[in-house]
Design a protein around this ligand. Structure first.
Ligand code: ADP
Length: 166
């Protein structure tokens, strides 16, 4: 039987402990997890470039041997076609996530009817956490401990410093 693959998509600008919680849980259920950093055209001013987001995500998942990180600028439903047995796995935080995800799932199904999406409920301690919260906190120089992987804090603080100067 071919391997079961989970695709965890997102902008990961930057990757947070909430994302990592979903990725780690998916890595226990699936043979392989592909973290797909999307080049999101609707988010006009990302804090980090795609290359930086991929690099940070790679450093964050280094301890999980069946997880790897890629980037994609094509529609997720098209991207998923390259895998035989792929399922999209997303985290659900709140009702607002649900409405958006329900809509995205319908769009994806329209393009690629074979493609399934599964949801893991966010861990209680991360339901409030999003990349935008991290960006906002970083901008004001707040402590990022407990929000992002500790090995990424210095990079995020450095980028926030450049932002404040600009
Ligand atoms: P964000 O909403 O933080 O900007 P992304 O666009 O990168 O994140 O989201 C990618 C996926 O990760 C989405 O499915 C989103 O619901 C999920 N996700 C984001 N933050 C969390 C969290 N704190 N807990 C669980 N899932 C999350």
């Amino acid at each position: 039987m071919s391997k079961r693959i989970a695709i965890c998509p997102g902008s990961f600008d930057p990757i947070t402990l909430g994302h990592l919680n979903i990725i780690r849980r998916a890595s226990r259920i699936f043979d392989e997890v592909v973290v797909c950093v999307t080049v999101n055209a609707t988010k006009t001013s990302p804090m980090f470039t795609v290359e930086e987001r991929v690099d940070m995500a790679r450093r964050a998942v280094i301890r999980y041997p069946n997880v790897h990180v890629e980037s994609s600028s094509i529609l997720l439903a098209e991207y998923a076609r390259q895998f035989d047995n792929a399922v999209i796995v997303k985290g659900l935080r709140a009702a607002s996530d649900f409405d958006y995800e329900f809509q995205m799932n319908l769009i994806n199904k329209n393009i690629n009817p074979e493609l399934e999406t599964m949801f893991l409920t966010a861990s209680g301690k991360y339901t409030f956490l999003s990349s935008s919260v991290v960006r906002e906190m970083a901008r004001y120089g707040a402590d990022l401990t407990g929000l992002v992987p500790s090995e990424l804090i210095a990079d995020i603080e450095e980028k926030a410093k450049q932002w404040r100067k600009a």
